[in-house]
Ligand binder design. Structure first.
Ligand SMILES: [Fe+2]
Length: 284
């Protein structure tokens, strides 16, 4: 079995000339003969530019997984589809196209809504070949490649309020991003857990991966951890909880942030690595 991950979109770029960074995420996964794009970054030139510079042929991709319906993960899908030009399965949760917002402080104690939804309509994306495969339940999309589906929230301290909102049945309500799912790859060396933005919580996601597979050894956990948005207390609770698990490599990206990165590095030492644009990891 071979598993190779290449980071195509992320908040920081590596040192190679011409790579672009953005607040977003896209991982290119080569698993045996399968080519999977996990997230697409923003509606920007970043994905196509970086794929070109890194020698990744996006025309070879045979499936896309969108971790959740936020524009920094799904926005690049239109550019990808226009390049790929084939009918292609796009695995999503059924709530991915809801209207999503983040509330930010405006002048004079007002709130400002920022639209964080997928930048394109479903029918527009379908017209370029997207075949949306929706499910909230766990499923195996290729041999030993699992999608978690909706992740149960069982960890109390990860159930914090956030500035995220969703318009559901005409009402603007708190969004706990039920549509976020993660990828689990089973390998002889252990599980590889790939995270988009980790809105369900890092520990909730790890717990669910263990529950779904019955395995407890993680060869790698890679992706966005959402820790940059967490309070100091929550960050400490997460780090303490992380100690309980058997993790060979933790590869942080996107919404982890420099503070959490420093703390995880201090705790994990040589088992920690930042995954920035251009990072290539052969994991199995
Ligand atoms: Fe994100």
């Amino acid at each position: 079995m071979t598993v190779k991950i290449t980071v195509l979109s992320e908040n920081t770029s590596g040192t190679a000339e011409g790579l672009l960074a953005e607040h977003g995420l896209s991982l290119y996964i080569e698993k045996d003969e399968h080519r999977i794009l996990f997230d697409t970054g923003q509606a920007s030139p970043v994905l196509l530019n970086n794929a070109n510079k890194l020698g990744v042929d996006l025309k070879q991709v045979d499936a896309v997984v969108i971790s959740h319906g936020h524009s920094d993960h799904a926005g690049g899908l239109a550019n990808f589809l226009m390049l790929n030009k084939r009918d292609i399965p796009v695995y999503v949760h059924p709530l991915v196209f809801e209207e999503k917002f983040s509330i930010q402080p405006g002048p004079n104690n007002t709130d400002i809504l920022r639209d964080t939804s997928v930048r394109f309509t479903r029918s527009y994306l379908e017209s370029y070949g997207a075949k949306f495969e929706e499910a909230a339940d766990p499923r195996e999309i290729f041999p030993d490649v699992l999608l978690t589906g909706q992740i149960p929230r069982v960890i109390d301290f990860e159930n914090a309020d956030t500035p995220l909102r969703v318009r559901r049945n005409g009402e603007l309500i708190h969004d706990n991003v039920l549509d976020e799912h993660s990828i689990i790859i089973r390998t002889p060396k252990g599980l590889i857990l790939l995270l988009g933005c980790c809105h369900p919580g890092l520990i909730n996601t790890i717990e669910y991966a263990i529950q779904l597979t019955g395995e407890t050894h993680f060869a790698a956990i890679i992706g966005g951890t959402h820790l940059m948005f967490h309070s100091e207390a929550l960050l400490q609770q997460t780090l303490e909880a992380l100690n309980r698990y058997d993790i060979e490599l933790i590869g942080t990206a996107h919404c982890t942030g420099s503070k959490a990165n420093a703390l995880i590095r201090a705790q994990f030492g040589g088992r920690f690595k930042e995954f920035n644009v251009g990072t290539v990891a052969v994991l199995a």
